[in-house]
Design a protein around this ligand. Structure first.
Ligand code: FE2
Ligand code: FE2
Length: 182
């Protein structure tokens, strides 16, 4: 059993959101308009799913276990730094959103932070996937079972029952909608 497989599956959902953000950032950078509602939906998914669900599981369950192993502690430290930087980008995008349609500086600020977020998250997910794939061997079956139980507890008590499916559907819808951005 590999408890981290759940996180790898979540990365596939996050990738849909990140790909949408990449298209939005590229459109804004080239002077095209992107509906504020679509940008707001992207930020909502990045906060509620990528951060409060996925990063919470990593930071509170898996990373502390990996950080206890000298071989993997440096990778965990790098991952935590990337989470922090990506949170800064999300905060800046949230701050820029209210004036996105009327203020060119807000559009540029949003686009710069969208592009920076994408530049962090794409390699971040690749590096995590490579390490997470090995967690079945790094940890014993009992350790994996305990982590899986913790993931389930976060899911039920903090994220909310059924929310995971809702986020997956919204990410899918977002990724399809973004293709229509001119
Ligand atoms: Fe992460
Ligand atoms: Fe992750």
């Amino acid at each position: 059993m590999n408890a981290a497989q759940e996180l790898v599956l979540e990365h596939a959902v996050i990738m849909k959101i990140v790909v949408a953000l990449k298209a939005q950032g590229a459109a804004l950078s080239s002077g095209q308009a992107v509906p504020a509602a679509q940008l707001s939906e992207t930020l909502s998914l990045l906060v509620d799913f990528a951060d409060k669900c996925h990063h919470a599981k990593e930071e509170r369950v898996l990373f502390p276990e990996l950080a206890g192993l000298p071989e993997h502690a440096p990778a965990v430290s790098a991952f935590l730094g990337e989470h922090e930087r990506s949170r800064g980008n999300v905060g800046a995008m949230k701050a820029a959103l209210p004036k996105i349609e009327s203020d060119p500086a807000s559009r540029k600020n949003f686009a710069d932070n969208a592009n920076a977020y994408v530049a962090i998250l794409l390699p971040h997910i690749q590096k995590e996937n490579a390490l997470f794939a090995r967690c079945g061997e790094i940890f014993s079956p009992a350790e994996n079972a305990r982590m899986a139980g913790e993931f389930e507890r976060i899911e039920l008590e903090e994220v909310g029952e059924g929310k995971h499916d809702e986020y997956r559907e919204r990410a899918e819808k977002l990724s399809l909608g973004v293709k229509r951005v001119p």
